[in-house]
Design a protein around this ligand. Structure first.
Ligand code: HEM
Length: 288
C-alpha cells in the first residue's frame, strides 16, 4: 500500500467499529450528520471482523446522498468485482455468495443462473422481512401517518412504501473498489482503495430531504438510496420488493387492525439491518 495511506490519520468520528454498529440508528446519525457536514468522504479504520480482518490500511466512507449517487453511477471508477462488503470474505465463500452481486456488467453468463437464484433469495429475503417488520413498527409508532394511509390506502401506499424504505434502510452499506486514481468529494482516492457507501446516512441527509428525521408518507419526491444510488447495480428486485410491501401492509393493516409490537431485537452488523426477534400481539380476531 502507498505511503499516502500509512500517513493518513483516521477521522476522529468513528463509523467503523462494532461499538458504533451496536449503537441505535439515532446515535449513529449524530456521527453521520457531523461527517456529512464536515467530511463527507472520511478515512476510517478497517472494520472489526468476525470472519477475517481486512488487510487494508483503512477505507473511505461516503456519507452524503449526492456522493453515494456519484459512486453508484460510475462503475468504471468504483467497481463491485473486488467485493461488496466491508470485510474481507474468504475467496471460495465470496465466489459463491457474490457470484452475482459482485460482477461488473458483461460478466453475467448462463452458467451463473443457479447461483443467481441463490443470491436473489438472499438479496430478497432478509431485506423485505426487515422492511415489513420495522415498517409496521414505524406505522404503529406514528398513528397519524397510519390513519392518513388508511383513509385512502390505494392512493397513498406507493409514496408510503418509498418513505418506509427510506426510514428503515434495510441495507446499510455497500462497498466498491477504486479501479484507478481519482478524486471524490475533494479527496484523493488511489486505485485499489475501498470506498464504502453508507446508505443509512444518505437517507437522513438534510441536503436531500426536508426534515429527514420526520416520517412523512406524503414526501415527494423521495430520493432515498435504500436500493442503491442508481447505476448498473441498482437493486434488481426493487419492483418486486415494493409490490410485496404494498400487499403485506395492505393485508396487515386491513385484517389485523389491533396490532401491538414490542421492541425489536436487531442483529449487530455493518451490512444488513436485520430483526432477530419482534414480539407481536393482537387483541382482536384476525379478519378473513
Ligand atoms: C426492501 C427490499 C430490498 C432492498 C432494500 C434491497 C437493496 C439492495 C441494494 C442496496 C442493492 C445494491 C445496489 C448497488 O450496489 O448499487 C441491491 C442489489 C440487488 N438486489 Fe436488492 N433489495 C431488496 C429486495 C430485493 C429483492 C426482493 C430481490 C430479488 C428477489 C433483490 C435482488 C437484488 C439483486 C439481484 C441485486 C444485485 C443487482 C446487481 O448487482 O446487478 N433485492 N439490493
Amino acid at each position: 500500500m502507498t505511503e499516502h495511506h500509512d500517513r493518513l490519520p483516521y477521522d476522529a468520528v468513528d463509523i467503523s467499529s462494532l461499538t458504533f454498529w451496536a449503537s441505535s440508528q439515532e446515535e449513529r446519525d449524530l456521527r453521520f450528520a457531523e461527517l456529512r457536514r464536515r467530511d463527507p468522504v472520511s478515512w476510517q479504520r478497517p472494520v472489526d471482523s468476525a470472519i477475517a480482518t481486512p488487510e487494508i490500511p483503512g477505507f473511505w466512507a461516503v456519507t452524503t446522498n449526492e456522493l453515494i449517487r456519484e459512486v453508484s453511477t460510475h462503475p468504471e471508477l468504483f467497481c463491485s468485482g473486488e467485493g461488496t462488503q466491508l470485510e474481507e470474505i474468504p475467496d471460495d465463500f465470496r465466489t459463491a455468495a457474490e457470484s452475482f452481486l459482485g460482477m461488473d456488467g458483461e460478466e453475467h453468463h448462463a452458467d451463473d443462473l443457479a447461483s443467481m437464484f441463490v443470491s436473489m433469495s438472499f438479496a430478497g429475503n432478509d431485506t423485505t422481512r426487515t422492511t415489513i417488520s420495522l415498517g409496521t413498527k414505524t406505522f404503529l409508532d406514528h398513528p397519524d401517518q397510519l390513519a392518513y394511509l388508511m383513509a385512502d390506502f390505494d392512493g397513498r401506499i406507493d409514496a408510503a412504501v418509498e418513505e418506509v424504505l427510506r426510514w428503515v434502510t434495510p441495507i446499510m452499506t455497500f462497498r466498491r473498489t477504486a479501479t484507478r486514481d481519482t478524486v471524490l468529494g475533494g479527496k484523493q482516492i488511489r486505485a485499489g482503495d475501498w470506498v464504502v457507501m453508507y446508505y443509512a446516512s444518505g437517507n437522513r441527509d438534510d441536503n436531500a430531504f426536508d426534515n429527514p428525521w420526520t416520517f412523512d408518507i406524503t414526501r415527494r419526491p423521495n430520493g432515498h438510496v435504500a436500493f442503491g444510488g442508481g447505476g448498473p447495480r441498482f437493486c434488481l428486485g426493487s419492483f418486486l420488493a415494493k409490490m410485496m410491501l404494498r400487499h403485506m401492509f395492505g393485508e396487515l393493516f386491513h385484517r389485523v387492525p389491533a396490532l401491538t409490537l414490542g421492541t425489536p431485537d436487531l442483529l449487530v452488523g455493518n451490512f444488513a439491518c436485520a430483526v432477530k426477534r419482534l414480539p407481536v400481539s393482537t387483541t382482536c380476531p384476525v379478519a378473513r
